[in-house]
Ligand binder design. Structure first.
Ligand SMILES: NC(=O)NCCC[C@H](N)C(=O)O
Length: 314
């Protein structure tokens, strides 16, 4: 996949190609190590690799090409990359917004090296920037960003994506061809690190959202006009989209952390799929599932583990 083919104008186009990053070479062996790297529980390299293999195979079976960024890494970057256990959560490091690859900035210091390395791997797919081109980077972790449609982005500012990064991010959004950005603020007291752990797009006509989000009005920005506020559910209703609320239940801690593969199909982890299936059914969406419990111990699931490079509009 060459850079010229990067294109994502929604979360619900047919998924054609994603970047993934194979697990690092280290085990996470204790509660202290897990806390140091933002994991929920220890996990061995071999458990993580088995789960990663299942994820890749499932995506391939569903017709989506996967590019392992590890393959693109220059030899000299591999040693450090192999010690960064969060590199599997490639979603946070960058995103294709329209036809633009935008790189992010890690707010969690243990992820700084891994973000740089992922960007270097991605740059192998991109032509050199000419000196008059503006670099396209933002102080955002991309688990906080959704491409709602060809005109709109949704972004959370909170624990990982700093509100001070918003203005430059909006300018970048306009340059990338978007006309509106909806900004949500997940209360930091909840400890939810990214928006995709509380929200996702189920398809062109429905989203799922943790129930508390209805208490968080959305601030709507458009180029050249003063921002205004809209109720959370009302924002989506106004734009033809239904909000299906949910509360996490039991084992289904990653219910919103799936990826739309299409047509009318999403891919979720096995544990998330249990709670998700009845909600998805309401929107006419099927749920395929894959056992990635070992990777979920790192506090992320299918969406965090995939970075769409190309979606075909449907
Ligand atoms: N988008 C996501 O929610 N990504 C999961 C990142 C988990 C990782 N352990 C972190 O703390 O950054």
């Amino acid at each position: 996949m060459a850079f010229s083919e990067f294109e994502c104008w929604s979360e619900s186009g047919q998924l054609e190609c994603v970047a993934v990053f194979r697990p690092a070479a280290l085990d996470v062996t204790s509660a202290e190590e897990a806390a140091a790297v933002g994991f929920m529980r220890p996990v061995t390299r071999s458990e993580a690799e088995d789960a990663f293999g299942r994820l890749r195979d499932t995506l391939t079976r569903l017709g989506c090409q996967t590019i392992d960024l590890w393959e693109l890494l220059p030899e000299r970057e591999r040693a450090v990359s192999d010690t960064t256990v969060n590199r599997v959560f490639v979603r946070d490091t960058a995103a294709v917004l329209g036809r633009q690859l935008v790189t992010g900035t890690a707010a969690f210091p243990v992820r700084l090296a891994e973000f740089d390395v992922a960007h270097r791997a991605l740059s192998q797919l991109q032509p050199e920037l000419s000196s008059d081109e503006v670099p396209t980077s933002a102080r955002i972790e991309f688990g906080d960003v959704f491409v709602l449609d060809a005109e709109r982005l949704l972004v959370n500012v909170g624990l990982r994506s700093d509100a001070r990064a918003l203005q430059p991010f909006l300018e970048l959004a306009w340059r990338s061809g978007f006309r509106e950005a909806a900004v949500v603020r997940i209360p930091e007291s909840l400890g939810i690190i990214h928006l995709d752990l509380a929200f996702n797009v189920l398809g062109p006509r429905a989203v799922v959202a943790r129930a508390f989000l209805r208490h968080t009005p959305i601030q709507v920005f458009a180029q050249g006009v003063a921002p205004h506020w809209e109720p959370f559910d009302g924002y989506f209703a106004q734009r033809g989209c239904r909000v299906i609320p949910f509360e996490p239940k039991g084992e289904s801690g990653f219910m919103s952390n799936f990826i739309y593969v299409g047509p009318n199909l999403i891919l979720a982890s096995e544990s998330a799929s249990v709670g998700l299936r009845p909600l998805a059914k309401e929107a006419g969406i099927e749920v395929a599932s894959v056992d990635i419990e070992a990777l979920e111990r790192g506090n992320g699931s299918v969406r965090c583990l995939t970075m769409p490079l190309r979606r075909r509009a449907v």
